[in-house]
Ligand binder design. Sequence first.
Ligand SMILES: [Zn+2]
Length: 77
Amino acid sequence: MSLLHSHRNISGVINCHAIASRGVLGRQVFIEMHLIVDAADVETAHHITEEVESRLEERFRPVRILIHVEPPAYKSE
Ligand SMILES: [Zn+2]
């Protein structure tokens, strides 16, 4: 699964890491990831996260997604 490419071209996304996925493509997929965002407030961070979720939905649905949002300072984690 090319999860790493799903967030490309989404403004505000700096990095994603600690990605875990399981399940069966076309039946039910589960995805967890950390997402580093460049966002001034929670509302913006949420909007960016929704963009990433909808990309993943398009590609892997039915999918359940859990995204752990982090600020830019966490980049080395
Ligand atoms: Zn992290």
